[in-house]
Design a protein around this ligand. Structure first.
Ligand code: UD1
Length: 418
């Protein structure tokens, strides 16, 4: 396994260009399963999750060519209909193949994604939605087995919760179902718009309203298309938080800043100095940051995927802060590790109470999940002395080799095997 050795009190200078979004790329890669024609994708991030998704699609017979940041996926010869447990176990987004396989082939057999470190993460909303379109499900030896008797037929579906993955699964299936589908209380995350944008280029007829209603007119088949993956708002937000924590002048570029409105307005309220432009955010040193009370919520609320990072920042603010986590029930595993670095955070059920004004000190810590890992990196950059972050494979799922991206901007970050 790899670990990172990070020198604290780090410098940070210049700017960073943000690459394509992982959470946008994964469902869009899966959407290639809906057609025999090639799907060309640009601006893909170099991440383990992207490689795993390629592996999963290849195991179904997809022909994937990759060149630099581009991928061409052709699914004209799909054979295997059993998703490999080993890949599904590593990546929950694997469940997204369910809708497309049922829509195009009428059957699918996928290993259940199982529990995940940040919560139980069931798939009931995915299954209920696909059932409404006409699929039936049974469970066999840890596999979910789906079948469609005749064909999927468009319906009016109201989600009990705006699940991102369930919205994507239903959206993909409905795009080639017969007739009209309406998804109410759909997720409004920008990644949904990017998926709909890509599907429409492939010939789908999807209308995403910004009130959580998606209307889909099913078409017979989809065709070839080229799509550039939108930039990663969570990686962008992580770099903005890093610059605010280190109190340096820095710029985060090639982003859609409106996708980060919940973060930028919060940081400005806390006292950070930001210049927000359409495609960039400039961070300037500020005199002081104040503690604040927030809660995570589906988009356009504060994203759960930036909760761990903002918590690290709150430890440095003046006064106390609170975070209520509303999306995942067990997403505070970074708390004991941040406390090892000198933070003082207490958790009661779904609320974290963060004492401010902490002087962080380097320590050995353990990464537990993707966003938790990066919050430890941020805290380690601000700490006094050296920190060692163990088990960084989680980090590699969502951040391109951070020792290069961040390491080239001032901080000293080394990777070593142990
Ligand atoms: C996606 C993102 C993830 C992000 C999350 C919330 C990807 C690849 N991952 O995950 O980074 O943290 O959105 O913004 O895009 N739930 C159910 N039943 C279901 C589906 C979900 O109870 O059938 C629950 C989950 O357990 C969780 C909550 O709903 O508590 C949110 O899950 P969901 O929006 O589906 O997140 P993901 O699509 O898994």
């Amino acid at each position: 396994m790899d670990r990172l050795i990070i020198k604290g009190k780090a410098d940070l200078k210049g700017s960073i260009k943000i690459k394509g979004s992982k959470n946008s790329a994964l469902p869009i890669m899966v959407s290639a399963l809906l057609t025999r024609s090639p799907l060309k994708l640009k601006n893909l991030p170099k991440l383990d999750d992207i490689d795993n998704m390629s592996k999963l699609l290849r195991s179904y017979g997809a022909n994937i060519k990759s060149k630099q940041d581009n991928l061409e996926i052709k699914c004209n010869n799909i054979t295997n209909r059993d998703a490999d447990y080993d890949i599904v176990r590593k990546m929950r987004a694997s469940i997204l193949i369910l809708g497309p396989l049922l829509a195009r082939f009428g059957k699918a057999r996928i290993s259940l994604p199982g529990g995940c470190a940040i919560g139980t993460r069931p798939i009931d909303i995915h299954l209920e939605g696909l059932k409404k379109l006409g699929a039936n499900f049974s469970f066999e030896n840890g596999y979910v087995v789906g079948a469609v008797e005749d064909e999927l037929i468009g319906k009016h579906i109201t989600l009990p919760f705006p699940s991102v993955g369930a919205t994507e699964n239903i959206l993909m299936a409905a795009s080639i179902a017969k007739g009209k589908t309406i998804i109410e209380n759909a997720a409004r995350e920008p990644e949904i718009n990017d998926l709909a944008f890509a599907l429409n280029k492939m010939g789908a007829k999807i209308n995403v309203k910004n009130n959580g209603i998606i209307k889909i007119d099913g078409v017979n088949s989809l065709t070839q298309a080229t799509h550039k993956i939108m930039s990663d708002r969570i990686v962008a937000g992580t770099f903005v938080i890093a610059a605010v924590m280190l109190n340096k002048k820095f710029e985060v570029k090639e982003i859609i800043s409106s996708n980060l409105e919940a973060l930028t307005s919060l940081l400005i309220k806390m006292g950070a100095k930001l210049k927000v432009k359409k495609t960039s955010i400039q961070i300037m040193p500020s005199k002081k940051l104040n503690g604040i009370k927030i809660q995570t919520a589906p988009y356009p609320g504060f994203p759960t995927d930036l909760q761990a990072q903002i918590m690290a920042l709150m430890s440095l603010a003046n006064g106390n802060s609170q975070i209520k986590e509303n999306i995942f029930e067990n997403r505070f595993m970074h708390v004991p590790e941040l406390n090892r670095l000198g933070a003082n955070i207490k958790v009661k059920k779904d609320i974290a109470f963060i004492s401010g004004n902490r002087h962080l000190k380097g320590a050995q810590v353990m990464a537990s999940d993707l966003r938790a890992s990066v919050s430890l990196v941020l805290a380690a950059l601000c700490a006094e002395g050296e920190s060692v972050i163990n088990r960084v494979y989680h980090l590699d799922r969502g951040y391109e080799k951070i020792e290069h991206t961040l390491g080239s901007l001032g901080p000293s970050i080394k990777r070593e095997k142990y």
